[in-house]
Every structure is written in structure tokens, then in C-alpha cells.
Design a protein around this ligand. Structure first.
Ligand SMILES: C[S@@+](CC[C@H](N)C(=O)[O-])C[C@H]1O[C@@H](n2cnc3c(N)ncnc32)[C@H](O)[C@@H]1O
Length: 441
């Protein structure tokens, strides 16, 4: 938690190393994970409760002390850990962390918090709040602006907001992608003890376990990849072109390379090639490493002007975005983003999409995707591009129907088209958005 607070670390990347360093057994590691992720996810809600209970704004509490109070409050309100144990271990932790003088304060605040349960605190915070989305946001520990952005994107289905917010808090299953041409989903399910996914023909779901230890993953036959992301790569590879597919494919924002691996493997099967573009040198290296045995060339360049010869048959633009559609995988992310982040991302998305339209050949397809359902980043960006007179919009629902998952076939709940918004509560995927634009001349 200190690493997340002090150096904006990602909890899901930092915690596994900390757990190994602490040499915790499996049970304690599971508890430490639940406490860390749970506390980070609920942080905004916990802070409002701590403010009420301590009669001071959290900004005035020494940050390491605040970490301990948040952790204690999470245990009191959201776990079955006994109140005495939660309070006493928090006070003890203050002492061992050299914050002994804060022990009395930690003790007093936590005792006050323990006097009510989570539902009673939520009701106290909702006092005087009548707006239903604001009330839901408080109850599910989401920033209000994010709950509102979800409701806007759900549109007529905004009644599903409670399910969506709950799905955002549920621990996501691990999804694996079988590498096309290397192993089938059926074989991968067999060797990993997982289940085939229903939407992507390459997906396998695991209920638990560390995917990094699986032979198939270590040997590069499979990778960890959300099933929604697999569909994005597949839609880019399968969208109907006007004219033959010359096998010249482009991934214009490729780092760290998940979709480039899937696209590169499909290109290889079809005798084509993939060009990857990524602005961050480190992330470009990750793409090179992930695709090293595939017909993929990676350029470290700005996708807005990458200096490439136009004429690509297919361009995937998996645009840099707010990531609001993948909050369930990043416990701390919801409290880190603000509405102020959106406009800058939207301008970048527009410019990258312009560039993609310049680089694709007439008759070729640009697949625009985001791991965010925020309408400014999705429909607004795409509508503007679709207004050009050399662009026709394809129906992504048709493209996905043709892909057909191993088990299911056409996924349900894809909305009115022509674009598709996937949802964790409907599809079990991250909230990926996809639109397919074909250049006409
Ligand atoms: C959503 S991620 C792409 C994820 C990737 N497709 C995958 O499946 O692993 C967007 C990427 O775009 C990169 N990016 C941001 N601005 C860019 C730009 N101007 N040109 C090219 N890449 C950019 C980011 O560094 C980030 O790696």
C-alpha cells in the first residue's frame, strides 16, 4: 500500500514480489492479497468513513498511519476478522513500524469505526444524498464520476448499473489465450485444468492458480489475456475487407503486446506480416520480446506519424485510454483517475484514429478499441471518424458472430450496433469497446 501511495506502483505487479519476499504460506498470502486489494479498492469509501470517525480530513493524517487505519477499517467493515484482532493488530503494526506514538490515535479511530457495520456507515454517508447514481457509487466504493460514466454508457440499460458495479469488485477469473497455430483451446483446457471460454475460440478460463507457473504459458503456447481483448484482436483479423487481404497488418499502439501476439500468430498462419508501433521504448521492447518468433516488426514511434508506408490491409488501434473498463484487474486504479484525464486522451485517440485511416488502404479496415466504456473515448471518437465521406462503418456484431466461440457462437447482449461494448457483468470480460471502420476510397 505504501508503494502504491508513494510511487504510484501497480498493486497487482508489486504485491506478488512482496509476498514472495515475506515467505508467507499460501493461506497467509491469500489473506494478505485480500486485505491489500480490498483496502485499495475501497479506499475512497474508507477515507470518507475515517473522516467521519476521526473528525479530521484524511489529508491531515500522517500517510503511513493512514495506511494502517485504512487496513484496519477494511478488516472491521468488510471481513470476518474479529474487531479486537483488527484493532489490536493495527495498533501493534503501528508500533513495529516505528509509529508507536500514533497507536492511541489508530486505536481510537478504529474503535469508533467498529461501533457500526459497513451498511450503517454507508447509510450515514448517503444522508441527504438523493441522486440514485451517487447513492450507488457510495455503496459500491466507486468514485461518482465513474459510476456516472458507466450509467451513461449503459444508456437504456442503466438499470444494470448495480450489477456492473458489483462485477467491477468481483475477483476476475484468469483468462488464457491459446496461441493460434500452437495449441487449441481444447488442448489448453486439458493441460491446465481450465474451461474453454464461450466467446473467443482461443479462450480458456482458470478458476485460480498462478498462470505464470503453467508450462503452456512458460513455453509461449498460451498467454494471460482477457477474453474481451482476444475478441478485439480477432475482430481486427477477421473484419471483412473490400478486395483480397494482402496480409499487411498494423498494430498502431501495440505495447505491451498481448494483441500483437494473437495478430502475429494469425498473420503467420495466413502468410502475412504484422507491423507494430509503440511510442514507449520499454513497451516496444516488451512487444519485440513477446512476438520474437512471429512475423512481426516493431517500430518505436509515435503512431500519429510513424513514418510508415501507407496501404495496410488491416489496422488495429487499441488506443491509449482511461482504462475504466478494466478496473477489476487494478485495485487502486479507480481512485487514481480523474475526469481531468479524459480530454487529453480523447485528443490523442482522435489523432491516432486519423493516422490509422491514413495508413489503411482503400477497402481496408481499421478496428478501433478501448478498454474503457466512457462515451467520450468510444462512441464520440468513432462517430467523428465515421462522418468522413471515405469511411463506412461495419457492424462489429456481425464480425463477432462469424468468429464464433468454441462453445457458444454469437455472444448475446451486444446492443444495437454497429459498435460493440462488452461488459464484465454481461460477458465476463473487461469492458472493451470496438468499432470497425472500412475505408472506401
Ligand atoms: C491500450 S495500450 C495497448 C495494449 C496492447 N494492444 C496489448 O494488447 O497489449 C495502448 C498503448 O499505446 C501506447 N501509446 C500511447 N501513445 C501512443 C502514441 N502516440 N503512439 C503509439 N503508441 C502510443 C501506450 O504506451 C500503450 O502501450
Amino acid at each position: 500500500m505504501a508503494a502504491v501511495r508513494e510511487r504510484s506502483a501497480y498493486a497487482n505487479l508489486t504485491l506478488p514480489a512482496e509476498l514472495r519476499r515475506a515467505k508467507l504460506d499460501a493461506r497467509d498470502a491469500a489473506l494478505a492479497t485480500e486485505l491489500t486489494y480490498g483496502t485499495l479498492r475501497a479506499q475512497g469509501l474508507l477515507d470518507r468513513i475515517i473522516t467521519l470517525a476521526s473528525s479530521r480530513p484524511v489529508e491531515e493524517i500522517d500517510p503511513p498511519v493512514l495506511d494502517l487505519i485504512r487496513l484496519g477499517a477494511y478488516q472491521l467493515l468488510f471481513t470476518r476478522i474479529g474487531a479486537h484482532a483488527a484493532v489490536d493488530t493495527s495498533v501493534e503494526a503501528a508500533r513495529t513500524a516505528g509509529l508507536g506514538r500514533a497507536g492511541a490515535f489508530v486505536n481510537a479511530v478504529l474503535r469508533k469505526i467498529s461501533a457500526r457495520d459497513a451498511a450503517a456507515w454507508v447509510e450515514a454517508l448517503r444522508d441527504g444524498v438523493t441522486d440514485p447514481v451517487a447513492r450507488m457509487a457510495i455503496g459500491t466504493a466507486h468514485p461518482e464520476w465513474i459510476a456516472r460514466a458507466f450509467a451513461d454508457s449503459l444508456g437504456a440499460a442503466a438499470g444494470e448499473l448495480p450489477e456492473l458495479l458489483a462485477a467491477d469488485d468481483a475477483r476476475p477469473r484468469v483468462h488464457l489465450a491459446a496461441r493460434p497455430g500452437a495449441i487449441s483451446a481444447e488442448e489448453l483446457a486439458l493441460v491446465t485444468g481450465g474451461r474453454e471460454g464461450e466467446l473467443s475460440p482461443y479462450a480458456v478460463h482458470l478458476d485460480s492458480g498462478d498462470p505464470g507457473t503453467l508450462d503452456a504459458v512458460r513455453e509461449g503456447m498460451a498467454a494471460v489475456q482477457d477474453e474481451g481483448s482476444q475478441l478485439v484482436a480477432l475482430a481486427a483479423a477477421r473484419a471483412p475487407l473490400d478486395g483480397p487481404d494482402g496480409g499487411r497488418w498494423l498494430d498502431l499502439a501495440a505495447g505491451p503486446g498481448g494483441k500483437a501476439v494473437m495478430l502475429g500468430a494469425l498473420a503467420e498462419i495466413e502468410g502475412g506480416t504484422l507491423t507494430g508501433v509503440e511510442v514507449s521504448p520499454h513497451r516496444a521492447d516488451l512487444v519485440r520480446e513477446a512476438t520474437r518468433d512471429l512475423p512481426v516488426t516493431v517500430h518505436t514511434a509515435d503512431g500519429r506519424d510513424p513514418g510508415l508506408e501507407p496501404g495496410f490491409d488491416r489496422v488495429l488501434l487499441d488506443a491509449p485510454c482511461s482504462g475504466l473498463g478494466a478496473l477489476r484487474r487494478r485495485p487502486e486504479a479507480r481512485w487514481r483517475k480523474t475526469t481531468a484525464d479524459i480530454p487529453e486522451l480523447v485528443s490523442l485517440q482522435r489523432e491516432l484514429l486519423d493516422s490509422a485511416m491514413r495508413l489503411v488502404r482503400p477497402g481496408g479496415v481499421v478496428l478501433y478499441a478501448t478498454c474503457s466504456p466512457h462515451l467520450s473515448e468510444t462512441v464520440s471518437v468513432v462517430r467523428e471518424a465515421a462522418r468522413r465521406d471515405d469511411v463506412e462503418t461495419l457492424d462489429v456484431r456481425e464480425i463477432l458472430a462469424d468468429i464464433g466461440g468454441a462453445v457458444g457462437g454469437r455472444p448475446d447482449g451486444l446492443g444495437e450496433g454497429p459498435w460493440v461494448q462488452l461488459w464484465p457483468h454481461r460477458h465476463g470480460t473487461d469492458a472493451m469497446f470496438m468499432a470497425a471502420l472500412r475505408r472506401t476510397r
